[in-house]
Design a protein around this ligand. Sequence first.
Ligand code: ZN
Length: 329
Amino acid sequence: MRNLILILLILFACQPKKDNGKEHIRTVSGETPASEMGMSLIHEHVLVDFIGADSTGYHRWNRAEVVARVMPFLEAAKARGVKTIVECTPAYLGRDPLLLKELSEKSGIQFLTNTGYYGAVGEKYLPKIVEEATSDELAAIWIGEAKDGIENTGIKPGFIKISVNEGSTLNALDEKLVRAAALTHQATGLLIVSHTGPWATAKAQIEILQSMNVDLGHFVWVHAQNEKDFASYDTAHDLGVWISLDGIAWDVPGHLERLRYCKEKGFLDRVLVSHDAGWYRPGEPDGGDFKGYTALFDELIPQLKSAGFTESDIDLLLVKNPRVAFSLE
Ligand SMILES: [Zn+2]
């Protein structure tokens, strides 16, 4: 009898930890079990303000007008089964946690927002402090947002979003951002999502992360569709990096081709997909031209199915991988 109890205890202790309910995602409405993330778009935008870090601010848009403009696009995504949207607009480019919270309440879609800074495009979107600050000081700001919430909203980021300039070497500011992201990840567990493009630029960041002992399963190579040499996907997969093919709104055939390559090679388990669509543009009439979040469902998925993708492949790309990538312990 004692042996039986012992065996039962051992069996219980050896149950996989993944589904014990402790894994969660951090949405703008608080923590939710990761099992409820559901079908997710991992790289979209609701609003982007390109005016520059020195001029942007909440005064640049009217939340009620943005909500009215964006809601039909969210409803269209929801009608296609979308449960969660990862909003990738960083601070100083139009990040607005309260707007996302309102949109979430009105649409029923869960939103994740981010902490971090955007170094690409010649530092136009970086606050002045980045020049003088050390990586530790930047990380302290981002960790502060993760622990206490963004500004005084109480809304916490669900991931880290940074961006670097393209090239095979990083400039000093970009290197500082990558180091700050690594420190923030180590303190908070948040996933590092980095606007990157070519593999050479991903590799330069990966070398820094490796030197800081960051597990590369917590790094997302954003805009990986901009890499022309598909063999780079093999290298990224071998390293355990997330390959983000996230420009579907702009190029369906290019994504089809890359996804077919990843399926043939057997590494869809490290691939994330999204549209990089949206977004309300402050200063333009009615927020300007808005790209919806539906090409994946209406165009790409039917083509993937014709190419032999199964329901379980689609589920992996849209449900399982986002959950594994964005889950926190
Ligand atoms: Zn984007």
